[in-house]
Each structure stands twice: as C-alpha cells, then as structure tokens.
Design a protein around this ligand. Sequence first.
Ligand SMILES: Cc1ncc(COP(=O)(O)O)c(C=O)c1O
Length: 401
Amino acid sequence: MVPLAQRMQLVSESITLAVSAKANAMKKAGIDVVGFGAGEPDFDTPTFIKDAAKAALDKGQTKYTPTPCFPELRAAIAEKFNKENGLPYKPDQITTGAGGKHCLYMAFMAVLDPGDEVIIPSPYWVSYPEQVKLAGGSVKIVRGEEANGFKITPAQLERAIGPRTKVFVINSPSNPAGHAYTPEELKALADVLAKHPQIVVFSDEIYEKLLYGGLKFVSFATLHPSLLDRTLTFNCHSKSFAMTGWRVGYIGGPKPVIDAINKLQSQMSSHITSFTQVPAATALTDPRGAQSVEHMRQEFEQRGRHMWERLSALPKVTCVRPQGAFYCFPNVSAYFGKTVGGVTITDAVSFAAALLEQAHVAVVPGNDSGFETHVRLSFATSMQQIDKGLDRIGEFLKKLG
Ligand SMILES: Cc1ncc(COP(=O)(O)O)c(C=O)c1O
C-alpha cells in the first residue's frame, strides 16, 4: 500500500468526469448519446497552424527550449497583448504553460501562502477552488445570482474582502454560465479593487474571442491605473484556435511573478512542448488566425441563440441568455422532488444522471461550479445535435411532469 499525501484529501473527485465517463461508456456500447458535455470547440485546428507544427517537426524543433518558451512566441504573445488588449507587457513579462489550467495552477502556487484567501465568484470554473486548496489557500465564494445574470456586484465584492484576501479571480466571458460582464460592470469591480492595493487579480480571459450580441471585450488590467502591476492575465490557444489538445496557455504579468512562475516551471515540467511553440506564434500573428476565430464565433453565436431559445421554451426551466463562451446554464430545480423511471431527482447530479440514463443526453451538473440547481449544456456541437438533444430533454421533462 502506498500512503498518500494529506494534500490529496483536499482535492475533490470531479462529478463532471463521472458523468462524462458514463456517457462515453454508453457511446462505446453503441447507444446514440447526444453530448452537451464537451468544454471544447467541435471545430478542427486550422490547417495553417497544423502545417506550422509539421514544419517545426521537420526543422528539428524537438529539443528542450527555454522555460518561458522560444523568444519568437514570447514576442508574439507580448505583441498580441499590446495590440489587442492594450496591455503594455514586454516579452520578459510573458510565460507559457501547458494550457490555461497549468498556467493558473502555477500562478496560485507562486503567490499563495497558507491561509491566504482567494475570492472566486460563482458559478465558477471547476478547477479554481481545487487549485487554490492545493496551493494552501482558502476559498471564499461570492455568489453571482441568476437574477443578476450570474454576475457579482461591486457591493458583494467589497463585502467579501477581508484581511486575508490575497487574490480575486475574474473570468469573463465565463465557464460554466456563458455570462459576460460589460466593460462598465468590470470597471465598477476594478474601482473596488483600487481601494485594496494588497489584492492580486487573476483575470482568466481565455474566452475573450467568444462574445456575442456586440459586447465588447476589455482586459481587466486596463481598467484602473493601479491594476497593471498586480494583475496576472491568463489566456490560451485552447478555445480561440480550437487547440485544446495542444496544451498551450500563457500569462502576462509583473516580471517578478513571471520569474517566480518560470522558476517553478523549470523544476516541474521545464517548458511546453517544443514543436507547438512556433505554430502557437503563427496562430497569433498570421491573419488567418483571426479569421478562423471569427468564423467560429459567428457559428457559436447562432447555435447559442438557438439552444437558448429552445431551453427557454421548456416548461418551468429558466435560462440566462449566454453572452459569451459556448455554454447555456439552465435552472432545472423546478423538477427536483419529481420521480422518473423509479428515480427521484434531488439535485443537478441526479437530474443529469437520469437524463443520461433515460433520455441519452449528456449534460454537466452545476454542483462542481457551486450551483446544485443548474446544468451546463455546451453548444459546441451541430444545430442538428442541439435540436435532437433538446427534443429528448423536452420529452424527458414531460415524463417528470
Ligand atoms: C474558465 C476556464 N479557464 C481555464 C480553462 C483551462 O483551459 P486549458 O484547456 O487551456 O487548460 C478552462 C477550460 O475549460 C476554462 O473553462
């Protein structure tokens, strides 16, 4: 027997993974499951990026690289931040990691001491609290109410700030609820933080390109002069360029923190995969990158509107209209306490399990995101699948009554 470290008790098992494992097993067994679980674009990585990776391999870019990445990629990321986001980072203020997830984890490890508190608005991306706990921090959830489009208010943020608050996490556009703050709403949060110079901001901007209804994206660090020196800006290629499996993420921020993250990474994983680095730079600098993102964004906007209309038409279901990312997050709690096929629905987990088992539709329960009353449906799938899945959900709800 290998005794495990105590820290392993801090991390929760993912309910989400249990549901998706079940959906995969059903698919393998030949069952026609409609999958709304995926947190990734259904588009392929653009050909010009794949070609750049093939060229990198052929050129022999298969050896160790500097920890932050090749200078070409560092410069391309700095230029992207400067041009697109108005963030004046220099190349030595940039580092990369194996996806946005690894970047966030390294950053929590680099800034948190035991007992430091991290404010996370809910509904939240599942990994934030787990990463904070692993880094020795404690989590303070601030609830974004459905009635306010899942967005927290400046007053809520002000109330949550205490003497141990070290980090505030902001993710807009957001997973799992697809909500996005307006520039004015973000500015109001930034004004609160301006009064608390000890707080570091983690701005997770990985869905920046997927915004709908003409909403404008702003990088959080630009919202107040005092924020640039204490904000870490996270981004990645996963969602924008349909490159989830490539594991390319990046961070811009104050040089001392970036240096600390590099020190950590140099002992952890050394650097990201060598032959993804030049293609990652190409994705940012070649105009075809922006074109492919915009094409995907337009598709997602149509699908999101369609899924939201269909969800909103379901009896007793409420759904905030998604303004970004590729998720709808309907409230299904009106069906709690009802029984279907011998199963009583008590929360989003039992709802999702029964829906999968009995109607062959996979959704993600909101429990791991702090909302036991909601489920997440990804619209990174075809219109046909959206209609087929929503037809099935409609029938399933009829049985629940
Ligand atoms: C809000 C948010 N942050 C970070 C990540 C991690 O992205 P990556 O796949 O690049 O690790 C995800 C992935 O789903 C996400 O939704």
